[in-house]
Design a protein around this ligand. Structure first.
Ligand code: ASP
Length: 443
């Protein structure tokens, strides 16, 4: 018998958690007295949920390190790679920045985490559920973390250059430093003699493949994780949370839609001087596949075919820009990370100053480089940025769980945006290299 696709399994787990949560909630009026069966069921559920979250956290460092290093180091070995590399990175940085700014502006305008200017209490309760179940010591830690002064701009810059890379890798708040170090390391690799360079590149590429495999294993048990994490939440809070998330959904979809249908078409029209709708049509297959798989890496072969065969970009340009783009350029993901983090901060009534918003933009840009092109990969990055913003561990973890449980649709859309961004980069760069692009496609 064919196994049910993972996203259906997750959805099923979610529905089941909601239903059992509601049933238990009405049977026990939402109170689990110590020693009762329901209390034991809740604590077992929390235990399994914690294991799942810890597994996700376990892979943060190696996943980011191997993916950044293998992605950047693959620049070497292409003729004229200096010029092409500079253009590609310039475009990736600019388009991701535009995406993040779109997300930041909309999330600040729409304020999906607030109701009449106040934090949305229903969602807040869900985020706080873990905190309510935590021990006194945990609560103290949370309280002191809550009072921490917001980090300013200079602190953020300092975090990018950690004095001890191993300490930075073990300390959750220092991941920016790990990413910057990985970037430097990757550039260093491209300066090595050919033989040594190949060895290291293959090593990190293989390491990255292993990390993606482990991520897939973790994702394979995600239905159990989602159930275990959501059941106590629904038991304690009721199911209202999904209706409350509607404004958040709308904000993310509006921002992604703006980037894909306004920003990118403007760039295609005025920078590459090609018809954006012709390009959209050329990319149809890849966009649909990306939408249904929620994996830009998995879609890469089709993306390459569309860009080469339908949009008419040369093999030289596309085989350089697209694999790199699938690894490091994720406009939709960067935008989503930014909206999600600000949304969680709004719900938790955590004030974000200029320094922190800048940190979020920088972190969204940098972590989107490190996020793997597989389903729900950006949730790990969101967890990381939340912690970097001074949001206590327990609340950040529960918030990410809440986001994970409603992630699939948003993941499908942002993956399509990621793929579209890569394909636009290929077209713009091909045009700048004097190639004839999208000539045969009728306007
Ligand atoms: N699923 C996305 C992709 O493959 C990554 C993410 O944002 O989770 O592009």
């Amino acid at each position: 018998m064919k196994r049910l696709a993972l996203h259906w399994q997750i959805l099923f787990a979610l529905v089941l958690a909601t239903l059992t949560g509601i049933v238990f909630r009405s049977l026990f009026h939402g109170v689990a007295e110590e020693g009762t069966l329901v209390a034991r069921a809740l604590s077992f559920s929390q235990f399994v949920g914690d294991l799942f979250m810890q597994a996700l956290k376990m892979i943060i460092v190696p996943l980011i390190v191997t993916s950044v290093i293998s992605g950047i180091a693959s620049l070497q070995g292409v003729k004229g790679f200096g010029r092409l590399g500079a253009k590609t990175f310039g475009f990736y940085a600019m388009s991701s920045l535009l995406a993040v700014v779109t997300g930041l502006v909309l999330v600040n305008l729409i304020e999906p985490g607030l109701v009449d200017g106040q934090p949305n209490e229903v969602i807040r309760k869900v985020f706080d559920a873990k905190q309510a179940a935590a021990s006194d010591a945990d609560l103290e830690k949370v309280a002191s973390a809550n009072m921490k002064e917001p980090k300013d701009f200079l602190d953020t810059i300092k975090m990018m250059v950690p004095e001890n890379i191993f300490a930075a890798a073990t300390n959750n708040g220092q991941m920016l430093g790990v990413i910057v170090f990985s970037l430097l390391f990757a550039i260093g690799i491209t300066r090595l003699p050919a033989e040594e360079m190949r060895t290291l590149k293959e090593f990190f590429q293989a390491g990255n493949d292993v990390m993606i495999t482990i991520t897939k294993w973790i994702m394979a048990i995600s239905p159990i994780g989602v159930y275990a994490l959501m059941f106590p939440v629904i038991f304690q809070n009721g199911p209202d949370v999904f209706a409350e998330m509607a404004k958040y959904f709308a904000t993310v979809l509006l921002a992604l839609g703006f980037h894909m249908f306004v920003t990118m078409p403007l760039i295609l029209t005025f920078v590459a001087k090609v018809n954006p709708w012709a390009h959209l049509r050329a990319m149809r297959e890849a966009l649909l596949l990306g939408f249904s798989t929620a994996s830009s890496s998995g879609t890469l072969p089709v993306t390459m075919r569309c860009v080469q065969d339908h949009a008419g970009v040369s093999k030289r340009t596309s085989s350089f820009t697209l694999p790199l783009g699938a690894t490091v350029n994720m406009d939709g993901t960067a935008l989503y990370e930014c909206v999600a983090v600000v949304f969680v901060a709004q719900v938790l009534n955590y004030q974000l100053g200029f320094g922190e918003q800048f940190m979020i933009v920088t972190a969204a840009l940098l972590t989107s480089i490190g996020v793997a092109g597989i389903p729900s990969a950006s949730l790990v990055a969101i967890l990381l940025i939340l912690k970097n913003s001074g949001i206590p561990d327990a609340q950040a973890a529960t918030a990410v769980v809440a986001l994970l449980s409603v992630d699939r649709i948003l993941d499908m859309v942002r993956t399509a945006v990621n793929i579209f961004g890569d394909s636009c980069a290929a077209v713009v760069i091909a045009k700048s290299e004097g190639e004839k692009v999208l000539e045969d496609v009728p306007a």
